[in-house]
Design a protein around this ligand. Structure first.
Ligand SMILES: NC(=O)c1ccc[n+]([C@@H]2O[C@H](COP(=O)([O-])OP(=O)(O)OC[C@H]3O[C@@H](n4cnc5c(N)ncnc54)[C@H](O)[C@@H]3O)[C@@H](O)[C@H]2O)c1
Length: 421
């Protein structure tokens, strides 16, 4: 707290004050502008003393009661928090990259019971990292405790596809997870809670979650991550054009986060020029580039031996921060959002990636873009609904059964790992 005292004994012109000192401070720093004309020095010092005591009192009360009326504090829940994507994400949130440098955060880490020991290790690492904005780390395997009152839920917890596992099996297992967690989230989430679904198949899982919440979560508050594909597309275009990635704008990825997605350069610009003009290579833009974007994840697995985690964490932050803080003027981003009322004729009741802008914590699908060259691709990716439409009627008992199957598989894998090592 800074108290500014202007001493001027003859004439005190209040209009001087803003130009002298207040204008040097960001306006959000000034809670109350108190302007006094005090001629008596004793009165000035009494005023200062009173202000300091009041400030100390408020600080003491807020720390003693752990009550966030003085410091702004957000609760961020991460599911699958013992996984590799979460590991790359936590440091960024703790450092303030999601809510900015003036907002304190509490991290709630949810994973399966058998992963709690890993979470203990993560908590210790976060403690050792001494993040000034990190007010607490809570770990749990109970979804209800994890979601209660959360402001943002980042859902990375999902069952990975194993060798020999059919796509349909993966869908069923993950559908069970998102049905169960969606139902709980619907019951206990804070009214303005924002949800980002990352676990694959992300679009389907997000829709399953929304249906399972039975109308208790605003569909506008549930999104799925296609920002990784969006960022990959920008990076690949920049590399081809030989420019820095910040020169690339508005390359959009439509549809599902999988190989049916539609990377679209129609409205993309590179250094302010149309991408088709800057990269005058139709064969690359229409065939090679979309394939590169779609297969980038597999490329990374081939090279790294593991799926992308670093870039996924960054993409989650980009997605969530733009959603909350707004997109820059003239910039659209790819976000998988609820399709109801969309201006492109995509069927209703899907979570589908569209070009979006964000303002005041809400997204808007950018209308009026030319989609004539990608119509066929849009139809194909929209047709591949992945079973999400069945979500509403599925009994939770089946979800629990699938979860038991999942836990049994994880235990078996753990035992196998123990035997091998
Ligand atoms: N949308 C995207 O762009 C994108 C990008 C990368 C990864 N992904 C997906 O994100 C997910 C996480 O990836 P990862 O590499 O961290 O996987 P991972 O296997 O390292 O971690 C997954 C974690 O989820 C946990 N988990 C499983 N079931 C759970 C449940 N019911 N509740 C809570 N936690 C549960 C597991 O115990 C594990 O710790 C995967 O589904 C992956 O396919 C999506």
């Amino acid at each position: 707290m800074i108290i500014v005292v202007c001493t001027r004994t003859t004439r005190f012109d209040v209009n001087d004050l803003p130009s002298l000192c207040l204008s040097r401070l960001p306006s959000r720093c000034i809670d109350t502008q108190v302007v006094f004309s005090l001629r008596d020095p004793a009165l000035v010092f009494s005023f200062c003393l009173l202000s300091i005591s009041l400030h100390c009192c408020v600080c003491w009360c807020s720390s003693f009661l752990s009550f966030p009326f003085y410091l702004h504090k957000m609760i961020v829940t991460i599911t699958g928090a013992a996984g590799q994507v979460a590991y790359s994400l936590l440091a960024m949130i703790a450092a303030g990259e999601l809510y900015g440098p003036e907002t304190h955060v509490v991290l709630r880490l949810l994973d399966l019971e058998m992963a709690l020991q890993v979470l203990e290790g993560v908590r210790e690492e976060l403690q050792d990292s001494v993040y000034p904005l990190l007010d607490g780390v809570e770990i749990t395997s109970d979804a209800r405790a994890a979601f209660a009152g959360a402001d943002m839920v980042l859902m990375c917890g999902a069952f990975p596809r194993r060798q020999g596992m059919e796509r349909q099996d993966l869908l069923q297992v993950n559908k069970a997870i998102f049905m169960e967690q969606g139902a709980v989230l619907g019951e206990v989430a804070a009214p303005g809670c924002r949800v980002v679904v990352v676990g694959n198949p992300a679009n389907t899982n997000a829709l399953v979650l929304l249906h399972a919440a039975k109308g208790r979560i605003d569909p506008r508050h549930v999104t799925a991550l296609t920002r990784l594909d969006h960022n990959r597309a920008a990076g690949l275009l920049a590399a081809r054009a030989g420019v820095h990635v910040r020169a690339v704008r508005n390359c959009i990825v439509w549809g599902n986060h999988n190989t049916t997605q539609v990377p679209d350069v129609t409205n993309a610009t590179i250094d302010g020029r149309a991408a088709r003009e800057a990269i005058a290579d139709e064969a690359f833009l229409d065939t090679t580039f979309p394939q590169q974007v779609r297969l980038r994840g597999q490329d990374i697995i081939r090279l790294r031996g593991k799926s992308a985690a670093l870039s996924t964490g960054k993409a989650i932050i980009d997605h969530a921060r733009d959603w909350l803080a707004g997109t820059p003027e003239g910039v659209m981003v790819s976000m998988a959002v609820y399709s109801a009322g969309n201006p492109y004729g995509i069927p209703e009741d899907l979570i589908f990636s569209f070009p979006c802008t964000c303002k005041d914590g809400e997204w808007t699908i950018v209308p009026g873009l030319d989609v004539s060259t990608i119509q066929e691709g849009l139809r194909a990716t929209a047709d591949e609904r992945g079973g999400g439409e069945e979500a509403g009627g599925e009994p939770l008992a089946r979800a629990r059964e699938a979860r038991r199957y999942q836990v049994a598989r994880l235990r078996r894998d753990k035992q196998l790992r123990a035997i091998i090592t």
